[in-house]
Design a binder for this molecule. Sequence first.
Ligand SMILES: Nc1ncnc2c1ncn2[C@@H]1O[C@H](COP(=O)(O)OP(=O)(O)OP(=O)(O)O)[C@@H](O)[C@H]1O
Ligand SMILES: [Mg+2]
Length: 371
Amino acid sequence: MSWESAFLSEGQNDLETCLTKREYEADISTRAMERRATSSKGVSNGFENMVGVSSALRAVLDLVRIVAPTNSTALIEGETGTGKELIARAIHQHSSRRDRSFVKLNCAAIPLGLLESELFGHERGAFTGAVTREVGRFEAADRGTLFLDEIGDIPLELQAKLLRLLQEGEFERLGSTQTLRADVRLVAATNHDLTDMVSKKQFRGDLYYRLNVFPIAVPPLRDRLEDIPLLVEHFVKIFAKRMGKQIDEIPTKVRGDLVGHSWPGNIRELQNFIERAVILSRGHVLQVSSRDVRSLISVGPNFDRCQTMEDAERKHFLATLKQTKWVIAGPRGAAKSLGMKRSTVYFRMKKLGIVRSFDGTHSPLQQRKRP
Ligand SMILES: Nc1ncnc2c1ncn2[C@@H]1O[C@H](COP(=O)(O)OP(=O)(O)OP(=O)(O)O)[C@@H](O)[C@H]1O
Ligand SMILES: [Mg+2]
């Protein structure tokens, strides 16, 4: 049976409901959408400050819920600005350690010579300038969580010491021979490909396997386009409040333009863009100049110019279908990863003019004629 006849045999009532809902969502007034975004618990899924409804984000949050109550090490991987730190904090908040400290150490931000003493602490006189005894981050995180950010930047010579720390929970402050112990839950994050670094001998394989107990891959924003309108509303609200402005309308065109950008800097880039737009906006409507939008789209690598939200949706559907090898139903099907009913997927495909080519190996775009 072709997908079209499969589509036609699906319950029409379902389809109509979905169509009405989707069309409603597409045209919904910004004010109503904002009310939905802020009032619905479904948007945050019980995770404070975490906005998004995409299946990609929900899958990540499911992993957070699973790993949080354990004591296992979690390794959060993802491009810059995708929300890795937010995920690390969520793991701590959903663990039994939530009332203890969440201690963060950015391995890339600390000069190499100081990193060891930051991690393990030091005794008075351990090195020039060590005028007092200092407790390290590992010790400070005792019975709490230590978040090692940018773990890929930790120098090789320190990696062996970190491994011992993770395996035995033991360490010595610099300048001391006394072995100390601490009960620390470790969460690490990186935007490097650690397996690649291991193969290039830039990262110890044994440390990588010790860290990679429970990996969580945070998807880039371009793989969760449906979160963009909600994030835009969220940031508009935050910045407008901070700047004492009242902005309660985001033009549909602006929303469409923002969904059509690839956001290589991910949520942080979107956040900064909205901050600038709020600064420049006068009145109650968010103002984004077409020049600003053009500059955004032109910086996106490997991303075709998308004119409309429909184009972006078509692109997203095609990428998903390619990933699932055009399987639509079932646990690995496109419907599951798009977070839609099977009938809705067929319906949207038809609406977007997506057909599978006769040899089933690729997916030509059947552009509908624009009025
Ligand atoms: N789902 C989300 N909802 C709302 N805000 C988010 C979300 N994800 C990330 N942010 C915000 O985006 C910004 C970047 O997030 P974060 O610092 O966690 O990213 P990161 O992956 O650690 O980035 P980097 O690799 O550059 O350190 C932060 O201000 C964060 O609050
Ligand atoms: Mg970070």
